[in-house]
Design a protein around this ligand. Structure first.
Ligand SMILES: Nc1ncnc2c1ncn2[C@@H]1O[C@H](COP(=O)(O)OP(=O)(O)OP(=O)(O)O)[C@@H](O)[C@H]1O
Ligand SMILES: [Mg+2]
Length: 262
């Protein structure tokens, strides 16, 4: 995992990572915040006003995803002041990756990251490069045969997040990546810039996370999850709230469409 001790200067960017990636970015013409923001290198897998994600082939042929955050609009600046304690999205994503790893969760591997300026209201841009999770599949893309084991593994990880009071509004199936070996299921998490560890899980936050994770689950999937609560969540009242959300009278309008996706 890349440490932040020595930043390299890349025009207006502080670059944290190995020299080979620094040189690679220069070769690609991605050598300043604006150059990266306007670059169309590789495949752009996601793009909106404030963010884009490239899929790129790195210096040794390894595939990685480069998340590019712009936080220049007024709404971004306000969010930065009032919700992010001035940290850029890139810095938060990196901090969350390290935190999750230290707590024993799997994530994609951080290759390098970069940001403009200091952590100030003006913000600017930040960039995070994550190695592709090779041999993994999104939870929602598992085959029928794989689903049952994958679902149990992912549910166990999802409950661990709740147990540790980690608020993650992006707890969608597409952010749980699954791989199998003979004896175990590995679950890696991606898209972590919205995650806030150590936040009180209010009823609203809990409902948001549960609703997203269980969105495409069947009744049988929810029964299995309910059966795992006891061993996964220590706090009794939290357990009760989760059970109520997934099974009780206030059950959410879950869709049965997951099988159509597979
Ligand atoms: N390390 C990785 N391995 C495999 N796929 C990845 C990886 N990182 C990102 N992706 C793919 O790129 C997509 C976008 O990445 P990510 O979800 O982190 O960015 P985002 O722009 O914040 O997404 P959102 O639009 O959900 O906010 C993911 O849904 C996933 O398909
Ligand atoms: Mg995403």
């Amino acid at each position: 995992m890349v440490q932040d001790t020595k930043a390299l200067r890349l025009n207006d960017l502080s670059f944290y990572g190995e020299r080979t990636y620094y040189d690679f970015m220069v070769e690609q013409g991605m050598d300043s915040a604006d150059a990266i923001m306007t670059s169309e290198r590789g495949v752009i897998v996601d793009k909106n006003t404030d963010k884009k994600v490239h899929r790129l082939e790195g210096p040794s042929g390894e595939v990685f995803f480069l998340k590019c955050f712009g936080e220049k609009r007024l709404t971004c600046k306000l969010k930065r002041v009032f919700q992010q304690k001035l940290s850029s999205h890139g810095r938060i994503e990196v901090r969350n990756l390290r935190y999750l790893n230290s707590e024993g969760f799997e994530t994609a591997e951080l290759l390098f990251w970069a940001k403009t300026g200091g952590d100030m209201i003006d913000g600017g841009h930040s960039f995070v490069a994550l190695k592709e999770l090779e041999g993994y599949k999104e939870l929602g893309h598992l085959s029928r045969d794989e689903w049952s084991r994958g679902w149990l593994g992912a549910t166990s990880v999802f409950f661990s997040l709740l147990d540790k009071s980690i608020y993650w509004p992006d707890s969608h199936l597409k952010h749980f990546f699954i791989t199998f070996d003979d004896s175990s299921v590995k679950v890696a998490l991606i898209d972590l810039h919205g995650m806030r560890p150590g936040t009180r899980l209010t009823a609203g936050r809990l409902e948001k996370m549960v609703r997203r994770f269980f969105k495409l689950s069947s009744e049988a999937d929810r029964d299995k999850a309910a059966g795992m609560l006891e061993e996964s969540i220590r706090d009794r009242s939290l357990r009760k709230s989760v059970l109520k959300l997934i099974k009780g009278r206030t059950a959410l309008p879950f869709s049965e469409k997951r099988s159509e996706l597979v």
